[in-house]
Design a protein around this ligand. Structure first.
Ligand code: GLU
Length: 282
């Protein structure tokens, strides 16, 4: 028997939610409802410099206002760092990680191709360092991040596919994001690692999120294979943009759900603003 459908909305409390988040939550909620499944909320608060308790409270308030309900207590990623450390260790044992000592400036200087809005694909500088140099730099106390060696990882896993409800079958392709960081210099985990570990640990069967995270799924699929985790289905939905075609951002507080609510909008009107539901159940 197929497992019961479990979806999740996984915001980071780094700002106020806007209509784009409402759409993400609505897609997760409706996907769960349609299957008689469970809708979870998870707080992704590993970015200690940017997350604020006040934003977390605002998330719950906005979601309740929109009419959602979810099991409590919710999971907070900040409480799960030892679990991510164990997964990182497992990957290290598989030999697919290397320490990266590069600073942001060094990476930017080493990348020549125009990158647009996205972070530059890491040029692989530290992949080529000798074991001796790595050990020396670590012993000297130079801060390092752990990166996934994409080529080695794919050599171990072989070709992998994954299924998106709208885009169909996909071949995992790590060349899009390159050797991503799995543990940062300041926090011993990353979005990619935590989200993969938690979706599996929470039994999430359908990962719904905006299409801006489509490329990340290639990484998550490979991590699932390396860590021996179950493989969910995905549904990457459209994003909500402003009049100029730019996707809504948390820093634009004037467009937050809180300010829409303050201006007198009711939840049904807010849902109307989301447009037709992009539901395409796998
Ligand atoms: N925490 C991520 C964000 O707020 C979303 C993660 C996900 O849905 O996979 O953008």
């Amino acid at each position: 028997m197929a497992p019961a459908t479990v979806t999740r909305f996984a915001p980071s409390p780094t700002g106020l939610l806007h209509l784009g988040h409402a759409l993400a939550a609505q897609v997760a909620w409706e996907s769960a409802q349609a299957a008689g499944g469970t809708f979870l909320v998870r707080i992704e608060d590993i970015d200690f410099t940017r997350c604020r308790p006040a934003f977390e409270e605002a998330i719950f308030e906005d979601l309740a206002w929109l009419g959602f309900s979810w099991p409590r207590p919710v999971w907070r990623q900040s409480a799960r760092l030892p679990i991510y450390a164990a997964a990182l260790h497992q990957l290290e044992q598989r030999g697919v990680l290397y320490p990266c000592f590069c600073t942001r400036q060094e990476i930017a200087a080493a990348v020549t191709a125009p990158q647009g809005e996205a972070a530059p694909v890491y040029p692989g500088t530290c992949r080529h360092r000798s074991r001796e140099e790595r050990t020396r730099r670590m012993e000297e106390g130079q801060p390092w991040a752990w990166r996934l060696d994409a080529t080695l990882a794919m050599a171990i896993t072989g070709p992998l596919s994954w299924q998106d409800a709208l885009a169909g079958s996909q071949q995992a392709d790590l060349s899009v994001l390159g050797d991503v960081v799995l543990a940062r210099k300041d926090v011993a985990t990353s979005y990619h690692l935590s989200v993969t570990v938690d979706d599996a640990a929470q039994g999430v069967t359908l990962v719904t999120r905006g299409e801006d995270l489509f490329d990340s799924t290639h990484v998550h699929r490979v991590l699932q294979a390396l860590l021996g985790l179950p493989v969910p289905q995905w549904h990457h939905h459209r994003l909500i943009c402003d009049e100029s075609g730019k996707r809504l951002a948390k820093r634009d507080a004037a467009r937050s759900l809180a300010s829409l609510r303050a201006s007198g909008l009711n939840p049904a009107e807010a849902r109307q603003l989301l447009g037709p539901m992009p539901l395409a159940l796998p």
